[in-house]
Design a binder for this molecule. Structure first.
Ligand code: SR1
Ligand code: MG
Length: 416
């Protein structure tokens, strides 16, 4: 029977586990336990013993952010575990090492990352992390390419699509919270009022935007292309100056390659527009802003180059087979197909980024980047610029030919 852990009960409940004792020390009575979870869904504890520390993450049978009135199945922990295993194999060293998994109690015990901090917090403080653009671009390319029909044996891929298809409740959250709720007066929505009211009304009356949001929802739910992380925002990334790690793939599902990349870039654009809200107390953020736009370009460029490298060297799945192209002495056919695939990823990615920006400002689940701006006028000013960029990239995604163009739009909006 499932029982939620508490700091008091945790040592006795899991203190007998051999792998955990090996990791942090034998004597569980001497362990210290702190609950540190500040996410929307789960319990998270740091446990420290004589030998070291570990993270204990436990799913709750409801949405922590809302309470028991919103039940949510424990099986998300199963999907998180299986996604971590696959991501660890596809881009070694980029996800935390797993110590053990208890499916019934929905507990994943994993490596405690230290001195890592959540990327979102680091960006709010104005830190510039030198490696993240490249690390994130590589992670996205490797996990998304290697989890797709470009690379996987088709039987294995189809079996995995079937396995992850049961993560239906978490997909349902995204389907509603990202693609639908922001565009009407959904019950759980909230935004900075009254400052944003006129713009929110304009967006909710914007037919082109609503059609795009629904086209993107269609892609999200119907294009089972690869195993996506499913919630790749800057709160799902831990960093030091030298290391980047990706955590929390409980929303993992088979979806479009473009989805994770779009979510990721959206969170950097939101960080960009939120910087002026943190400027007063912490000094000018001009250099940080420029760093954030550079990082967006580095992520996409690294993704593109690495995806292309994998296409040329690891394309062994059922799609665009070498036997049709290279082996027939027509390598240009494979390059032409690659360009088309990348172009499609790019256009979808812009759409997903646009709606992710909207939902974090208009929907239920907001970002600390904006939430931590105490003055509501200032905050609304930052948010309205982000909302406008989100609308621009979602609606015009087929006409925006490079991230350089978006850089100019972002810089112009920032000066308004
Ligand atoms: C009800 S869950 C709200 C959000 O938190 C998660 O981190 C996902 O982003 C989800 O949309
Ligand atoms: Mg999460």
């Amino acid at each position: 029977v499932f029982e939620a852990l508490s700091a008091e009960t945790l040592p006795l409940r899991i203190g007998g586990n051999a792998a955990l004792k090996e990791k942090i020390g034998e004597n569980c009575e001497r362990w210290t336990v702190n609950e540190v979870g500040d996410g929307n869904l789960n319990l998270v504890f740091i446990v420290t013993g004589d030998k070291g520390s570990a993270i204990i993450k436990q799913a709750l049978p409801y949405v922590r952010l809302v309470g028991e009135s919103w039940p949510l199945p424990l099986k998300r922990s199963f999907f998180e575990y299986h996604a971590l295993v696959r991501q660890g194999a596809r881009d070694p060293g980029m996800v935390p090492e797993i110590v053990f998994f208890d499916v019934e109690q929905a507990i994943i015990v994993m490596e405690f990352l230290t001195p890592h901090v959540i990327l979102r917090r680091a960006l709010i403080e104005g830190r510039r992390l030198p490696k993240i653009g490249r690390d994130l671009g590589l992670f996205a390319a490797r996990t998304l390419f290697r989890g797709s029909d470009f690379s996987m044996p088709t039987r294995e891929k189809k079996a995995d699509v079937a396995l992850f298809a049961d993560n239906v409740e978490l997909c349902d959250i995204t389907e509603n919270l990202v693609f639908s709720d922001p565009y009407f007066e959904a019950e759980l929505n909230r935004h900075t009022a009254p400052q944003l009211d006129p713009l929110v009304a304009e967006l909710r009356a914007d037919r082109d935007l609503k059609v795009e949001a629904q086209r993107l929802k269609h892609l999200f739910s119907a294009k089972a292309e690869t195993l996506c992380h499913g919630d790749l925002h800057t709160g799902s990334i831990m960093v030091t100056d030298d290391e980047t790690r990706i955590i929390d793939p409980e929303f993992a599902f088979y979806g479009p390659i473009s989805f994770d990349v779009g979510m990721l870039l959206a969170n950097f654009w939101m960080s960009y527009f939120s910087q002026s809200g943190h400027e007063a107390e912490r000094g000018s953020r001009d250099e940080v802003r420029s760093y954030l736009l550079d990082t967006i370009e580095t992520i996409w460029e690294t993704f593109r180059v690495e995806f292309s490298r994998l296409w040329r060297t690891e394309r062994r799945g059922i799609l665009y087979q070498a036997s049709l192209f290279e082996d027939r002495g027509d390598p240009l056919a494979a390059e032409q197909a690659l360009n088309i695939v990348l172009d499609e990823i790019y256009r979808e990615m812009l759409g997903f980024a646009g709606v992710e920006i909207h939902r974090r400002i208009l929907g239920l689940a907001h970002n600390a980047d904006f939430e931590m701006i105490a003055d509501p006028d200032r905050r609304a000013n930052c948010e309205s610029k982000a909302l406008k960029l989100g609308r621009h990239i979602a609606v015009n995604r087929h006409r925006i030919h490079s991230l350089r163009d978006i850089r100019e739009t972002a810089e112009r909006l920032q000066k308004e």
